[in-house]
Design a protein around this ligand. Sequence first.
Ligand SMILES: [Zn+2]
Length: 218
Amino acid sequence: MQRIYDDPQVGNVVVRKRAGVRRVSIRVSRSKGVSVTLPFMVSYDEAIRFYLSKREWVLKTMERHKEMAPDKTLSAQELEQLRRQAAEYLPHRLACLAQVYGFQYSALRLKHNRTNWGSCSSRNNINLNISLMSLPSVLRDYVMLHELCHLRHHDHSRAFHLLLEHLLTDHLLKLTDSAQSVASEKELASKIVRAAATSKARFPLDHVCSSLIRRYRP
Ligand SMILES: [Zn+2]
């Protein structure tokens, strides 16, 4: 149930009806573009009027995204370096997190794409993007914990989010407490915990981490 609104400056805006939502909302994503979600009760025209009333904000947000993460292509040498760093770090880190939280995955593959930071297949293979190496380590862990939780719940159900939120609570606490954490890591972890404490989101830690990660692109 969706319509496309063609905005001359923004491009195709996907206007989508969805069960369970209470109000019209707009999302601006670097990878997926702009989308409007609306409850079944609201007409498409009404949702598009709402979108047009917020259009300035959409344009500003898109502009900000561009400034934050310039779309830069890596040279072959930079790519090779990223691959090497990823191969040294990610398999070990994922194995550690899996061990701490009692997960077992079949295999890990390192990928390089522009669409996601990680994924988990129905056969319990985990894929991680080598661009994770350009993120702060706290956010890298966040992505890995997300994929590990998919080993138990292959969806984004409530059960999945409850598990992830539970692991994030534990993990971020460890990072803020541990003497081994580097200062910048500690600082970011406690910043996330503080922001989550005042957030009204259903899964506050996940919410804060996912908004932080949107500042980067794979
Ligand atoms: Zn997921």
